[in-house]
Ligand binder design. Structure first.
Ligand code: DX5
Ligand code: ZN
Length: 225
């Protein structure tokens, strides 16, 4: 049994009622969310826009304790490191596809006091991120094309998760996109331990029960390793 790998559930508020971002976030946390996954989109790296550091900073001013991860779906991840650190972000997860200076970006994130997450899209081979793993606190394997909530889970991405878990037993591996009660089994068995879930948690009648089910499934899989 793994000693330090932890199951952690981080709901995405993307498909929540964003006019009530604070209330929706509090509700998720009181229902057992381990962290908040905040989807930042720039309309360039992905064909959608969400929010940026001013909104994250406002949310942080009212929610002091929770762990904030920003999922940066942006073409220039370097540009937002300092503003996001200032906004109170704990982990800065960015896509490596649009840039060539991944090491430098990782270094700057750490210098700004945040943890580093490296994300890849479904079409990006796992070998592309593998070379940077020693610089990262977490790797995010996208299970949909980034840009929108509510898409269908891509089971074929589990090969990447399995590969990473086999080679890096204690690496934090996150999955994001189409994850909910009907797909968590694939993620847990493949070896993911950090679970982003948007629509399935937000739209659920009983958020607490859904979050618990996700966590229990991952904990069971970790215990069997
Ligand atoms: C997609 C985002 C995801 C997404 C999750 O680009 O990164 O975080 O909103 O939502 P669901 O779980 O609905 O796919
Ligand atoms: Zn996301």
């Amino acid at each position: 049994m793994s000693k330090s790998l932890k199951a952690r559930i981080g709901p995405s508020i993307l498909n929540a009622d964003l006019s009530k971002l604070y209330e929706e976030s509090l509700k998720l946390l009181s229902n057992g969310a381990d962290y908040l996954h905040l989807d930042v989109m720039d309309g360039h790296f992905v064909p959608n826009l969400t929010f940026g550091h001013p909104v994250v900073k406002c949310l942080r001013s009212k929610i002091k304790e929770a762990f904030f991860e920003t999922h940066m779906m942006v073409s220039k991840p370097e540009q937002w490191i300092a503003p996001m650190a200032d906004a109170g972000v704990d982990q800065y997860t960015f896509h490596i596809e649009p840039i060539t200076n991944v090491e430098e970006v990782c270094r700057k994130i750490k210098e700004n006091g945040m943890m580093v997450g490296l994300a890849i899209k479904p079409g990006t081979p796992v070998s592309t991120v593998e070379k940077y793993i020693s610089l990262a606190d977490m790797v995010l394997i996208m299970t949909v094309e980034p840009g929108f909530g509510g898409q269908k889970f891509m089971e074929d991405q589990m090969e990447k998760v399995k590969y990473l878990r086999e080679h890096y037993p204690l690496l934090n591996i996150e999955v994001d996109g189409g994850v909910g009660p009907s797909t968590i089994g694939y993620c847990a068995n493949a070896g993911a331990n950090m679970i982003v879930s948007g629509t399935a948690v937000i739209g659920s009648e009983d958020q607490g029960a859904t979050i618990k089910l996700l966590r229990d499934t991952v904990e069971d899989a970790i215990a069997k390793r």
